[in-house]
Write a protein that binds this ligand. Structure first.
Ligand code: ZN
Length: 243
């Protein structure tokens, strides 16, 4: 009896974890925002992105699934399943500047031959959302969020957060860490995890590097397109980008 009692809780916990892994999407890493997200959103919407003086190319944001509907979406910032625990986007959509979007499409096609497709967690991100992330995050975790005074490459429509899905099962694969996990397991050169996890991380990175993207060393899932400096910081909402 004592033996059963002792193991009652861990078995339940294990069952819950298995349920989450098997039947719902992966649960995101989570922090407690320094202030309520609604308060941060109201403050961020009143502010303007930094002004940059150089000449830029004209923005031409393309919706990724319109290029190829087999590119999958898991836009966690449009749900509560993200590191702040509240929705930041009102629509689950992903955009990149046209040359970056076309390069991503080539990577998606290249991966198909190896049994994988791309699953997108985030692309273009309005500047005010970057401001919310920064203001919500404690100093010791700020390495994982972009400084709004400089803007994020996501704000320029030239950064993408993504992983692989298995073409047979349709499910996102396991990597050495979860997406948006603020720990050293997120580092692109983290030596832990399983051999298969590290192999899939390399496969993704190689396919993206072949098309002009560079991995962010602190996040295996984040890639910057080579021409990001040529695009301005944007603050358009998804609703402003048409249907
Ligand atoms: Zn990113």
């Amino acid at each position: 009896m004592n033996f059963l009692k002792k193991f009652h809780f861990p078995l339940c916990a294990l069952f819950i974890v298995l349920l989450q892994l098997g039947f719902t999407q992966e649960i995101s890493f989570h922090i407690t925002p320094l202030r309520p997200v609604e308060e941060l959103r109201a403050a961020a919407l009143k502010q303007q992105p930094p002004r940059e003086q150089r000449a830029f190319l004209k923005a031409d944001l393309v919706e990724l699934v319109k290029l190829d509907p087999t590119i999958k979406l898991d836009i966690r910032y449009a749900t509560s399943n993200n590191f702040l625990g509240s929705p930041l986007y009102t629509q689950a959509r992903a955009f990149l500047q046209r040359p970056a979007a076309e390069a991503l499409l080539l990577a998606h096609h290249e991966l198909k031959a190896q049994g994988y497709g791309l699953i997108i967690h985030d692309g273009y991100r309005p500047w005010y959302v970057t401001k919310i992330f920064w203001d919500a995050t404690a100093d010791d975790k700020k390495i994982f969020v972009a400084d709004p005074r400089e803007g994020s490459k996501h704000n320029r429509g030239c950064a993408v957060d993504l992983s692989l899905y298995d073409l047979k099962s349709g499910k996102e694969v396991k990597m050495p860490s979860g997406y948006d996990e603020m720990s050293d397991r997120a580092y692109a050169d983290y030596a832990g995890g399983t051999t298969d996890e590290r192999a899939r991380r390399s496969l993704l990175r190689q396919a993206m590097e072949n098309q002009g993207f560079a991995v962010y060393p602190q996040e295996w899932w984040h890639f910057d397109y080579k021409d990001w400096k040529r695009y301005p910081i944007l603050n358009l909402k998804f609703e402003d980008l048409g249907q």
